[in-house]
Design a protein around this ligand. Structure first.
Ligand code: CA
Length: 246
């Protein structure tokens, strides 16, 4: 269906598509779940030869590519991607169980943009996906999120409100970033937990309340408006009316 679409002139607002090539089903599903929670369209294939076909038919915006695959190896797929004009610049994150420095060099030498050793932390991989997509298509994922007098810069990790710097811990930063990406959307505590700490984290959902409390305290001074809305029985959202004058 997508094969007939022109490869250029994609609308800037289109949801980035990620192809996950991984033969371990549990891992593949975990990746898809997390990528979808980040708002990407995800397609999964298990075999190397299948991946080659999909990459020819409809190149995604990013590939997460396992090294050891049935059919054609990830290494070989990556090498071939780099030889074709249409996929030369396609961002590739290589997954592997090998951690040897020489293997890492080999992975990077065939043109992988990034290289992640299993077992890896899901939030870290998600951060790498975001970084690569941002680098590849800077117009699609803004590096600065801005709502009203509040700005969050993902590159410099700085948050400012009404001209002053807001100092946030890494968890509060990620929480704010996630909420600001979709103003108005209500996220349950479980969703925030997955997004900020990762699925494997063993953290009580009440911990979220503590971090949201800290975030609120850091963001608002005096009578300033609270940008975060508590939705009783549901979770939290970034108040979509925050940017509008009261
Ligand atoms: Ca494998």
């Amino acid at each position: 269906m997508r094969a007939s679409e022109p490869k250029t002139a994609r609308p800037a607002s289109r949801t980035p598509r990620v192809l996950v090539v991984e033969d371990e089903q549990a891992l593949s599903m975990l990746l898809a779940y997390n990528l979808e929670a980040e708002g990407y369209d995800v397609e999964r294939v298990e075999r190397g030869d299948e991946a080659e076909l999909r990459l020819l038919e409809a190149p995604p915006d990013l590939v997460i590519l396992d090294w050891m695959l049935p059919g054609v190896s990830g290494l070989e797929i990556c090498r071939r991607l780099r030889q074709r004009d249409e996929t030369r610049d396609l961002p590739v994150i290589m997954l592997t169980a090998r951690g040897e420095e020489t293997e890492r060099v080999r992975g990077l030498s065939v043109g992988a943009d990034d290289y992640v050793v299993k077992p890896f932390s899901t939030p870290e991989l998600m951060a790498r996906v975001r970084a690569l997509l941002r680098r590849a298509r800077p117009e699609r994922i803004a590096s600065v999120l801005s709502e009203g007098d509040l700005t969050l810069d993902r590159e410099t990790r700085r948050v400012r409100r009404a001209g002053r710097d807001i100092h946030l811990g890494p968890t509060e930063f990620r929480l704010l970033e996630y909420l600001m990406e979709k103003p108005g959307r209500v996220f349950s505590r479980a969703q925030l937990l997955d997004a900020v700490w990762g699925l494997s984290a063993e953290i009580d959902e009440r911990t979220i309340d503590v971090h949201v409390g800290r975030l609120r305290k850091a963001l608002s001074r005096g009578r300033e408006r609270d940008p975060i809305r508590t939705v009783r029985g549901a979770g939290y959202s970034f108040d979509e009316t925050f940017a509008k004058p009261q």
